[in-house]
Design a protein around this ligand. Sequence first.
Ligand SMILES: C[S@@+](CC[C@H](N)C(=O)[O-])C[C@H]1O[C@@H](n2cnc3c(N)ncnc32)[C@H](O)[C@@H]1O
Length: 256
Amino acid sequence: MMEEQIIAKNKQYWDEHADLWFGTTALPKFGVKFVTEDDLHFFSDVEGKKVLEICCGSGHSLKYLADKGAGELWGLDLSQKQLDNAGKLLRECGCNPKLICAPMEAESDIPQDYFDYVYSIYGIGWTTDLEGTFKRIASYLKKGGIFIFSWGHPLHYCVAKSYETGEDIVDNGALVLSRSYFDESYFKMPVHDTTVTFANRKISTYVNALYDAGFIIEKMIEQTDEESLANTEDNSPKAQKAKMVPLSMCFKCRKL
Ligand SMILES: C[S@@+](CC[C@H](N)C(=O)[O-])C[C@H]1O[C@@H](n2cnc3c(N)ncnc32)[C@H](O)[C@@H]1O
């Protein structure tokens, strides 16, 4: 029940704020200011391939893969407003995507053993059922198919409250953790005029859930804000944090 309420509340947020996120967390970037596909080459052979984006948002990542020659474009998202934006963007570019409005946790009409790539850019962490979501994703992929996702690094969210306000994240040069790394309970993140809810999961929780769903991990990347790293003069708390812990992570996995 609690999970249903979280999904409903998050859906309301995304429906009301979709336009503010138009194209902000999309390929070639794996997250705002972070590593790009030009660095990683995770989507090395998408030409003619069937691709599915989980939490496809405004559709900019699907457009990026269409420009690289992807054969079939599918997107799933909780928010109809996000999908309306994605459909408009993609159709204006001459694409004909299949867009499905559903929570990633639920059963849907997505075909099984069908896709070459399933991916998600800053989407997976919204799930209220990580193990079940990874198992569903594995079922959509062909044997040998690729699953790629990026999300905020767990250490980032341990200091996220301070990260939002810019206060108290460093004390005499030491980073202050405001949440335990081991705390996987749901928490509310302030954003715009409201809050969204999700759980901060440990790296081992992701690794074990991937293994249990039948994936092997081919690569894992831990990244920070490259601009802050490069700017040696910026000594703001936010920059100090970016220099000390990874803010983002990306996984490339293969279905066995
Ligand atoms: C940060 S955005 C990702 C955006 C996407 N990468 C893009 O390029 O626009 C997160 C997306 O996840 C969707 N979302 C949140 N919870 C979800 C859930 N439980 N199931 C499916 N989609 C969800 C939101 O509607 C939103 O579009």
